[in-house]
Design a protein around this ligand. Structure first.
Ligand SMILES: [Zn+2]
Ligand SMILES: [Zn+2]
Length: 332
């Protein structure tokens, strides 16, 4: 006996499958590609709702410190590796270090490194044109901040943009089962809180408290600060270089994202590992990568062009702000 599965039920089932297996096939019609996939949004919304758990679990210095440390470590993995390494190949490293930071990046719950890098390369290719997935000028602020990755169109991995990474099975695994690493992190934090509650009760923490602060609060703050590079740094800030897009240099975004807020610099010189150009343009990600190079963990950091080239590009903008000068091009 065969049983017909109705279309809405098929869609719900395939969406639920993709909560745990991003490689599961999609049932929806392409005509709805730009609609927000509300069922898939549920886990994203729950991440936010869970933050209200602080009202029930309270806080402790150790839980808040773990949240801050995980924010910093995972922000670096996103900016240094998801962005500057996987998207732009701005330096080289070993396969082991590549995988270690891919895992740390995956724990930030922003999908796998391949999905992230492919979309980001497309952003550089089509910045602020109708083909850009997250242009605030084209799609509005909130769509560029977080609506874009909740649509069906942007769910899949754009393999064409990342032919250089497709050959790594361990990276493909992280992308396909992109909830595995976050679940391990969440479970470990709960376990850590429970252990501390029994061996150091004076620290005032618990499994639920460590889970809420270390996983949910830290991740949600990390979300919105990361997303602000796509939204805020294409709307608010100074334009120092003429580029084909609306990118801006925003000091506050740069401070919170460890250097990514020098976004106009980055769109002008996307191949360079360094995004802060002037001495006061704080770029923590670059400083950490520079130290990692000194101890042999990474190599071949791609430099900015020579100072006269930068000066010339800057002067061209100040003399003729309306003139558009092509930036360094696509993704690398
Ligand atoms: Zn941009
Ligand atoms: Zn970039």
């Amino acid at each position: 006996m065969t049983r017909e599965v109705s279309q809405p039920r098929k869609t719900i089932l395939s969406t639920l499958a993709r909560w745990v297996d991003a490689g599961a096939s999609q049932a929806e019609a392409p005509s709805h590609a730009d609609a927000v996939d509300w069922l898939r949004v549920v886990p994203f919304v729950l991440m936010h709702v869970a933050c209200f758990g602080v009202l029930f679990v309270g806080w402790s210095p150790v839980a808040v410190s773990v949240a801050v440390a995980l924010y910093a470590a995972r922000m670096f993995a996103i900016t240094g590796f998801y962005h500057r390494y996987f998207s732009h190949r701005a330096f080289r490293t070993s396969r082991a270090v590549q995988f270690a930071f891919a895992c740390l990046g995956a724990s930030a719950v922003q999908r796998g490194p391949l999905w992230w890098a492919a979309h980001h390369r497309d952003h550089h290719r089509h910045s602020d044109t109708p083909e850009d997935s997250h242009s605030p000028g084209q799609l509005g602020f909130w769509r560029s901040h977080m609506g874009w990755f909740l649509t069906r169109r942007n769910f899949g991995i754009r393999w064409k943009a990342i032919p250089d990474w497709a050959a790594y099975p361990e990276l493909r695994f992280l992308d396909r089962f992109d909830t595995v690493v976050p679940v391990i992190l969440a479970a470990s934090l709960y376990g850590l809180g429970e252990v501390l509650a029994s061996v150091a009760p004076s620290w005032g923490t618990s499994g639920p408290q460590m889970l809420i602060w270390g996983f949910f609060v830290s991740t949600v703050v990390l979300y919105h600060i990361t997303f602000s590079v796509n939204s805020v740094a294409h709307v608010l800030g100074r334009r120092e270089f003429e580029t084909r897009d609306d990118s801006r240099n925003n000091g506050l975004v740069a401070l919170l994202t460890f250097g990514e807020g020098w976004h106009n610099n980055h769109h002008r010189f996307p191949a360079a590992v360094r995004q802060g150009i002037r001495w006061w343009e704080l770029d923590l990600t670059f400083y950490v990568l520079w130290m990692m190079e000194k101890v042999g963990l990474v190599s071949d950091l791609k430099p900015l062009p020579a100072p006269p080239v930068i000066r010339e590009a800057r002067e061209r903008h100040s003399q003729s702000p309306a003139e558009t000068v092509p930036d360094q091009g696509a993704s690398r």
